[in-house]
Design a protein around this ligand. Structure first.
Ligand SMILES: C[S@@+](CC[C@H](N)C(=O)[O-])C[C@H]1O[C@@H](n2cnc3c(N)ncnc32)[C@H](O)[C@@H]1O
Length: 453
């Protein structure tokens, strides 16, 4: 594993370039080489990798490295055929060192295709169930966020205009070098806490991670997949059912930190492109301005409630805002996401006020949300909120509870009194996620980390 102290930038840039060329089919691979095989392996394209290895065998080019690669292919095949990753041992490993042993995997039901203005993207070849692993991928490059820019060697001096552009994208005072690689980070990188418990600590290790497969997934403000990391391994999971030929989308910004109205601005600021997702395309400027006003209003309400707990009037007023939001979004696919956002916020505030009667109200709010939008919208929301590692909302049990309130309506509240809250949370979580191992494991882990037994 390279660190940035002894980092051979040319080698990595070349590897990166060749791998990106291959996965996005910019260039055909003309001559079989170990690098080509390794690049396929890196992005989980085992068949292609084996093909290249076969060519190498034919040409009598089997080196030690190729043999090792062959072994790895066999191990990975076995692992994939079992469809399992040992999360527990991976998490344990990540506690000691965030570099975790793991084989890459790309779900055979997805493939890279041209995606109009967005160039390339991943698409579903056939229907994919919610909670399905799409990609499991070890980071290609990884760097501590604070140190990365200082540690890069200054090779080419950037023009002022480039520096300004870079600063506008990422902020901070940085001396830039091999700009291309940095640009790759800024456009394609993920931020990650390598250990689950790190998000609870101040000044904890935060990483910039570059992947090769998942970096081809485009952004949507209304995504259908989410990601999380264990150490330097990234998992991409569907957060709802995905139809044949549908494009896979991640949300590049953390939804718990940014309201959906502000997302396009954040996308522009952080990643430097104009969002052209369905939601953004469907929304007019006027609608966006109106929603912004309502959001500010709601934020003020939420702040006020945080202190004293919500009153019936507060709830009515937020509901009023929600109704206005519905009107604005009536024709837009963003409608459901918008309302769930508001309801989730309100539910959270009610719960964290620590007042039992407010918890009841929070459930009522959840009921209203679900009545309007059904379970799949809520599932999408929970996928985002509970699993994305950076979010602060769900660091504690109450916050997880607040989000799950919305879901509890479908399964529990509608059938009777809520007796054992924790059990309910677990049950709801389990049912909503179809018992998916990832969710189950992570909920348990998060609750444990939060000190809830
Ligand atoms: C991580 S890459 C995704 C893969 C990229 N489409 C490609 O072909 O290499 C991010 C880039 O994809 C494009 N992109 C992703 N999501 C987009 C969106 N919602 N609207 C417009 N462009 C998008 C932008 O050019 C962005 O810089």
């Amino acid at each position: 594993m390279d660190t940035f102290q002894n980092f051979d930038c040319t080698k990595h840039l070349n590897m990166l370039k060749s791998a990106l060329c291959q996965i996005t089919k910019y260039e055909e691979i003309k001559t079989p080489s170990f690098e080509a095989a390794q690049a396929y392996y890196n992005v989980g394209k085992l068949e292609e990798c084996e093909q290249v290895v076969l060519e190498l065998q034919k040409n009598d080019m089997v080196t030690k490295a190729v043999k090792k690669l062959q072994q790895n292919i066999q191990i990975q095949k076995l692992q994939i055929s079992e469809g399992k990753y040992d999360y527990k041992s991976m998490v344990e490993e990540a506690k000691v060192n965030f570099v975790v042993k793991c084989q890459n995997y790309v779900n055979p039901n997805i493939e890279i295709r041209e995606a109009g203005n967005k160039r390339f993207g991943y698409f579903a070849k056939s229907k994919i169930e919610m909670g399905t692993k799409l990609i499991v991928e070890k980071a290609f490059l990884i760097a501590e966020q604070q140190q990365m820019f200082q540690q890069l060697l200054v090779k080419d001096q950037l023009k002022d205009s480039q520096m300004a552009q870079y600063k506008a994208l990422r902020g901070g005072d940085i001396s830039l070098s091999f700009f291309n690689l940095q640009e790759k980070y800024s456009k394609n990188g993920f931020s990650s806490f390598p250990r689950l418990e790190d998000e609870l600590k101040k000044d904890s290790l935060k990483l910039e991670v570059l992947t090769l497969s998942s970096c081809t997934i485009n952004h949507s403000c209304l995504p259908n997949a989410y990601w999380y990391f264990i150490g330097d391994v990234q998992f991409i999971i569907t957060q709802r059912q995905i139809e044949e030929n549908e494009q896979i989308f991640l949300q590049y910004v953390d939804p718990s930190q940014v309201t959906f109205v502000k997302q396009p601005d954040e996308i522009r600021r952080l990643f430097g492109f104009e969002c052209e997702c369905e939601m953004c395309k469907n929304m007019t400027q006027q609608q966006r301005a109106e929603i912004s006003k309502l959001t500010i209003h709601l934020e003020m309400k939420i702040k006020a409630q945080d202190k004293d707990g919500a009153t019936q009037n507060d709830i009515s007023s937020v509901e009023d805002i929600c109704k206005r939001v519905v009107k604005i979004f009536d024709e837009s696919c963003a409608r459901r996401s918008a309302l769930l956002h508001y309801y989730t916020e309100l539910s959270y505030v009610l719960q964290t006020s620590g007042n039992i009667s407010n918890i009841r109200k929070a459930i009522d709010v959840g009921i209203k949300a679900l009545e309007s939008f059904g379970i799949d919208g809520a599932q999408a929301r929970i996928g985002q909120l509970v699993m994305i590692p950076n979010a602060k909302h769900y660091m504690n049990f109450q916050a997880v509870g607040a989000i799950l309130n919305i879901l509890s309506f479908c399964f529990i509240v509608s059938k009777g009194e809520v007796k054992n809250w924790l059990k309910v949370l677990e049950q709801v979580f389990y049912k909503v996620t179809g018992g998916c191992d990832d969710y189950k494991y992570f909920l348990k882990n998060r609750l444990e980390i939060s000190g809830v037994k």
